[in-house]
Design a protein around this ligand. Structure first.
Ligand SMILES: NC(=O)c1ccc[n+]([C@@H]2O[C@H](COP(=O)([O-])OP(=O)(O)OC[C@H]3O[C@@H](n4cnc5c(N)ncnc54)[C@H](OP(=O)(O)O)[C@@H]3O)[C@@H](O)[C@H]2O)c1
Length: 222
């Protein structure tokens, strides 16, 4: 498949490199196409790897990943262009972390709204699926870095898009348990996991951890 990955940070490059390893064609999109970083990634990842602007990557991809800084995601996606996002699945991994007052960051959107919802409202013809934002990027594409059973969450308004993304999570990235939390407003819950994630990181001193949901009974589809 042709996949557009927006953002050349740790997450964008980790996701894009994994997709290349899986045999997909990937264009990494950046604010600064041709930058040393973007060019080095494309050079290192062979014939299926390319780089360009956000708009070029969004146009290229049949499925898109939003791996941009959360406080800049709307602006980045506007620069990608609504027309290039239209009718496509956008897998939104971003968290609206605001570091403007130092660490720990706060959430620039929370409680009664979320970045996932804001993206869906801004691009109503795009199928936004929020997932993977609750784990470190190495764990996103290699969940076995965390031993035992653990869960990844997903939400979005389009059932077909969520089914497709669940397949990607399971078949490409190796997730065994994907919990569908419902419509895109559930992004409020998963984005608001950031404060506990940051606290756990401080206590555990490793990036390779996750949560496991334990219940008296669980649906066999999860
Ligand atoms: N790091 C993790 O393991 C992790 C885990 C879960 C979720 N997330 C979320 O995933 C997203 C990506 O995280 P990240 O750690 O890769 O890096 P990041 O520092 O949050 O930035 C990612 C990319 O956003 C792009 N960007 C667009 N507009 C920007 C602006 N105005 N200022 C700064 N950057 C801008 C930049 O790419 P270009 O320069 O190419 O345009 C940058 O490399 C974030 O929303 C983060 O909260 C990260």
């Amino acid at each position: 498949m042709k996949i557009g990955v927006l953002g050349t940070g740790m997450v964008g490059s980790t996701i894009a490199t994994k997709l290349i390893a899986l045999g997909q064609e990937v264009m990494l999109g950046s604010r600064s196409p041709g930058s040393e970083k973007a060019a080095a990634w494309a050079q290192a990842n062979g014939a299926n790897a390319s780089q360009g602007s956000y708009a070029q990557a969004a146009r290229f991809g049949e499925i898109l990943f939003n791996c941009t800084q959360g406080t800049a995601s709307i602006e980045a996606l506007q620069s990608a262009g609504a027309e290039n996002l239209k009718a496509k699945i956008l897998i939104d991994i971003a968290n609206p972390l605001d570091f403007s007052r130092g660490a720990p960051p706060t959430l620039s959107i929370c409680n009664t709204d979320s970045l996932g919802e804001r993206i869906q409202r801004t691009f109503p013809e795009t199928k936004v699926v929020k997932t993977l934002n609750t784990v470190n990027c190495e764990v996103m594409v290699n969940p076995t870095l965390v031993p035992g059973d653990h869960d990844i969450f997903l939400c979005g308004n389009d059932a077909g898009a969520k089914a497709r993304v669940t397949d990607i999570l399971k078949q490409w990235f190796g997730w065994r348990s994907v919990i569908d939390l419902g419509d895109i407003s559930a992004a409020r819950a998963t984005e608001q996991m950031m404060p506990i994630w940051l606290r756990l990181y401080g206590v555990l001193s490793t990036l390779h951890f996750n949560v496991r949901v334990v219940a008296a009974s669980r649906s066999s589809s999860q």
